[in-house]
Design a protein around this ligand. Sequence first.
Ligand SMILES: NC(=O)CC(=O)C(=O)O
Length: 307
Amino acid sequence: MASVYKPDQARVPPALPFPIPPFKIALCQLSVTADKERNIAHARKAIEEAAAKGAELVLLPEIWNSPYSNDSFPVYAEEIDAGGDASPSTAMLSEVARTLQITIVGGSIPERCGDRLYNTCCVFGKDGKLKAKHRKIHLFDIDIPGKITFQESKTLTAGENPTIVDTDVGRIGIGICYDIRFQELATVYASRGAHLLCYPGAFNMTTGPLHWELLQRARAADNQLYVATCSPARDTGSGYTAWGHSTLVGPFGEVLATTDHEEAVVISEIDYSQMELRRANLPLEKQRRGDLYQLVDVQRLNSQSTK
Ligand SMILES: NC(=O)CC(=O)C(=O)O
């Protein structure tokens, strides 16, 4: 007999996998150029600066090793092996995570796999091992005439899996940029006990001012968890102008740290006891009307039905 899916039970977040004391996160808002070697060396320097300032978790921007363009993705793409240490960009992340003993949510780079390209985020543990790989699930296809037209689907293939990963600094759900617009993904991560959602992202000059902070605060307030974003720094000379404004939002929807559009290493503190406090103040989970509406975690449903 097929097992019965009980989303409301599934939504009760499991206890923290281990007590995690407050720690520092760094958002490395990097300038990105057409010189890949320079981008890699530059990212390494920023990660070293972040670690020297006490960060135990470092987040990089979306597409930090390449210009953000359909012409560039195939040229800058790397094959990412299971260990994550064979391609130049991820080898640097693995090595620096191990040397500095920090967790890195490595922004994203164009990934080549067979004849497909993905927009991919690699997460490295402090032992330098590749712990997870998230391929952008929702491709950014937008057409606002006279403002912005971009079609990632011209060159990229969408990922097929939500990605949630246990690290030394908590259970982290990963999304890349446009993924943040889909609240169901964030809610599925919350239902699986995520403490923090990390979204490397490169919003633009049209959507950024209106939507970037709004979406982060909404994802955090809806799910009563931390949300961190990291953008490339703005380069008005490039084909795609990033909004910048890398930000950390707390579980009450409050902006804890942010920056403007220049290069920056933003350091802030994450304290998961704040999540427990906010969930006690406002027990949304207990108040949710599962008798009227429910979100189905399709992956979990499928895994239950094959048991
Ligand atoms: N660049 C993106 O993936 C998303 C974006 O800029 C937007 O949603 O707006």
